[in-house]
Design a protein around this ligand. Structure first.
Ligand code: HEM
Length: 384
């Protein structure tokens, strides 16, 4: 338990100190835990779903992620993903682009704005459009998602009444979903093979996709504002990758070892909480030269396997990866076209379930000023 205090108040500092001792290190929390971050560790932990199980991992601590495909283990996980995957694929999502653009155009910020405060509502509306063509009551959705933005234990507390209302709203929106929405395409799944709760699956997906995407968007706006040379819509895939490298929303993933095993040469006892950390992997100087610098051009080269894992990897890779990239590109394109400059704010890192900027992130849209004196490095300032 000796690490529990620091885990509560400065988990990133705890991880960084552990990483300075070696590529795999123990954490003394309320249960036995071990963290690794090198590619061989990521491969071992993320590709063996039989041994490294989601049940009883950290995501079970929050009702937001406790359910749907997130909490399925083998043998049920893979068939569920096989059903869901085609609906979340690039091609299936392309029909959403126009509607998502309309949402962004209608909500474009003017002059000076706080990128962090802007990103949440715009992602919320895009998710509502992508899943239900906007049929979910926005206020209810905002109330449902708000705890995900709060420091821990915000999203860990059960909220049965709110969750019941959310479920009822999802069920009602699914009755006659607009064409091309995720709700519509998922309803076409063969009822003979879908023996699971689709409303629950959609609720978990909405939660999994919200703060992850909103915080990535906020950081991307900030970095673009400090690097006008990258404000070119065609360069967005590189920029988004670099933002996901520096600020992986899923900063720590976990599994529980279902048996005694060995990963990357390290013995692991059954029941241990086994963690991988995209944050540590992406900032490891042995894997990424000058890791704290914002250099999107690094993504013009092919990355070594298991070194870039913002969406995890293997058969548990983020279900919403393509949707997230679509929302990010759709939101960032008009901002790049208009021109951004980062003004003032606090881009330091705060952790909750996901990584988020401390904020605010004051940004100006419409005029690109070069050489603004603002900290857009990926450096993590000391915890406040
Ligand atoms: C930038 C945005 C996002 C990031 C960085 C991100 C990151 C991740 C990561 C790291 C995981 C693996 C967690 C683990 O098992 O250890 C994951 C899983 C998942 N994500 Fe995302 N995510 C993002 C957006 C989305 C969106 C938009 C959706 C909406 C559909 C979504 C839905 C899910 C689901 C359902 C899973 C569980 C998959 C499974 O266990 O098979 N995510 N995400």
């Amino acid at each position: 338990m000796k690490d529990l205090y620091q885990w509560t108040f400065n988990p990133i500092g705890l991880l960084e100190r552990g990483a300075s001792r070696g590529p795999v290190f123990p954490l003394h929390l309320w249960r036995k835990a071990i963290v690794g971050f090198r590619p061989d560790w990521n491969r071992a932990v993320l590709s063996d779903l039989e041994t490294f199980r989601s049940r009883r991992s950290l995501s079970a601590l929050t009702p937001y992620l406790h359910g749907g495909v997130v909490h399925l283990d083998q043998p049920a996980h893979d068939p569920r993903r096989r059903q869901l995957n085609p609906h979340f694929h690039d091609r299936a999502l392309s029909a959403l682009h126009e509607r998502l653009s309309e949402v962004v155009t209608a909500g474009l910020p003017r002059e000076e704005f706080d990128a962090l405060a802007w990103a949440g509502p715009i992602v919320r509306r895009m998710l509502n459009i992508a899943f239900f063509d906007g049929a979910l009551p926005d206020q209810l959705l905002a109330r449902f998602l708000a705890p995900l933005e709060k420091p821990t234990p915000g999203a860990l507390r059960p909220r049965p009444v709110l969750f019941r209302r959310m479920r009822a709203a999802i069920e009602s929106a699914m009755l006659s979903p607009a064409p091309h929405t995720l709700a519509a395409t998922l309803r076409t799944l063969d009822p003979a093979t879908v023996d699971y709760d689709l409303a629950e699956e959609l609720r978990v997906a909405l939660a999994a996709g919200y703060d992850t995407t909103a915080h990535t968007l906020a950081w991307a706006i900030w970095q673009l504002g400090g690097h006008p040379e990258w404000q070119e819509p065609s360069a967005l895939p590189l920029v988004i990758n670099e933002v996901l490298r520096l600020y992986p929303a899923g900063w720590l993933g976990s599994r529980t070892a279902a048996r005694d095993t060995v990963a990357a040469g390290v013995p692991i006892a059954r029941g241990t909480l086994v963690c991988y950390s995209p944050y540590l992997t992406h900032r490891d100087p042995e894997l990424w030269p000058d890791p704290l610098s914002f250099r999107p051009e690094r993504f013009t080269a092919r990355q070594a396997p298991w070194t870039f894992v913002p969406f995890a990897a293997g058969s548990r890779t983020c279900l919403g990866m393509h949707l997230a990239r679509l929302m990010l590109t759709t939101a960032l394109t008009p901002l790049c076209q208009a021109g951004l400059s980062a003004l003032a704010g606090n881009p330091g890192i705060r952790t909750s379930i996901t990584l988020r900027p401390i904020g605010p992130l004051w940004t100006k849209v419409g005029v690109t000023r070069r050489g603004v004196p603002t900290d857009t490095s990926g450096r993590c300032p000391p915890a406040p």
